[in-house]
Design a protein around this ligand. Sequence first.
Ligand SMILES: C[S@@+](CC[C@H](N)C(=O)[O-])C[C@H]1O[C@@H](n2cnc3c(N)ncnc32)[C@H](O)[C@@H]1O
Length: 341
Amino acid sequence: MVFPAAAAGLRNERDSGRGGRVPSPAGVRRDPSGEPVTPMPSDERGARARVVCQAPEAPRANRAPGAPHLACAPRAVAPRAQLRTDTAHPARMYDYYLGGKDNFAADREAAENALAAAPELRAMARANRAFLRRAVAFAAASGVHQFLDVGTGLPTAGDPYDYSRADTRVVYADNDPMVLAHARALLARPGAATGVVAADLRNPEELLRDPGLRDVLDLDRPVALILTAVVHYLADGDDPRGAIGTLMAALAPGSLLVLSHATDGINPDSARGAAAAYAHLPTPMTLRSRPAIRALFGGLTPVSPGVVPTPYWRPARTPRGGSDRVWMYAGVARKDDSGAG
Ligand SMILES: C[S@@+](CC[C@H](N)C(=O)[O-])C[C@H]1O[C@@H](n2cnc3c(N)ncnc32)[C@H](O)[C@@H]1O
């Protein structure tokens, strides 16, 4: 399901019908170069409002049919990231690869540059979403129905979580204000135990402390940590292995780590060409080898078939032609009962 930007209080150039830059609303802040910086929706005190859904107050059986079982209330938080439409952002470039409409001219230009080097980026985005759906189904089949999805992205290709189950709980976390605005629209889903958290993977302690996470997830029970197509936006200096280790250490035994990551170990010319196109963006891409991606799992042992090219992780059917050009590895690991990892 694609949530219209208008529902989240956002517009893009296509919505404007003129194909050009959206006119700056009166009073819009500008950065030092004079480019508009569009603030996110604010509450009356000027702080950004975050919607937090509290834990169910009554068991489903005690509620009227169809009634939401969460109390959702805006909570003021300190302003953090702001929506920039003048610079490309990975969530919106990814939306463009997937054929979505929630992208701006800067995103489309950067995405076309990357596509010129790596035309398979569109197929990669689809393969990554398909892996995510398979991994979520694997988690559910393993009895894990809580999800911490960091680097959620825009819901261009739908929401992979199964809300037909009463015990599904999902926290969406991202550092892109537009992603967060769209994710908040998901909270309108009746009966869904969801939370939306403005968070940066580079600061896992802050994410773990966030009431938006604590109110939704029961960390005494297994959680699937979803890190699909996000860790390659962390440089080695950001200590991605440490960040993942901190998050996994906070999760109960039986929790899962679901990871997909761009590599230069497959189709290296395309991968390096695309990475060069990302290099001058605010979110450069760090390609990693298969051993380096395997190392991101720390002491956890990936379940069969291990860390493999994304289309080949437990495919439902024979991967389609062109799968061998997808330069992304994927794997899923389980934290064992000893808590190792
Ligand atoms: C390519 S999209 C992937 C979306 C989704 N995980 C998927 O696999 O379809 C990357 C997402 O990671 C987010 N992101 C990038 N760097 C991040 C960071 N340091 N902390 C949190 N989110 C980040 C971007 O905003 C974007 O939404």
